[in-house]
Write a new protein. Sequence first.
Length: 228
Amino acid sequence: MAQERAERTRGRLMEAGAVLFDRCGYAGATLGEIAGAAGVTKGALYFHFASKEELARAVLEQAEGTLRDACSTLRTTSSPLQALIDSGYWLVDALGSDAVIRAAFRLGREGGAWLGEAAPVAAAMGAQVTGAPVAGTQGFHGVWAGVVQDLLSGARRAGELHDRPGGVGPETLVVTAACGLEVVFSEGCSREERARRVGALWEWLLPCLVPPGASGTYRTRPLTSVPA
């Protein structure tokens, strides 16, 4: 029972921290406010997290795990390219419903402003992705860009992409567009509008990626259900 209570308290602190990091940024979120929002004392907060840096790191790690688990699940049920399309829909839905994902992006953007040990942790997350490094990305943007690049590489190995010897322009465009989804939807819009925009993006991008006539092979509308 004590362990279950501790896990629930930790979960509340993570959620409250994510909400305040997303709303106020790293510098603007105080431990007192986070503890109050979670309904615990600062002493209880310090039992679980020794510092604000440690809490922020935990939020980033949870967001990365959620992202990778969702994209891995999508990959098991479809081709790499279809999984990439569906991952874009998953991301924009998560931006509307998951404070941890939103906070991870904001913490990544503010990586240079972090205090103590957290700044190098945020910057290093961009190097934790598998596959080739993605130039110009760091923090949680780097994690997301790496997932996109991995799915694109899988699509190329599977023969889904147009054969363009030495030409990485279309793939670079996809990574850039995917990273930009967070910026476009950070201000919020309806779920229907998010889906419409993502669908329009893929209807335009697909002909640049796949062999002539193959665009119709892929579903550019969202799944009726996506991984939680």
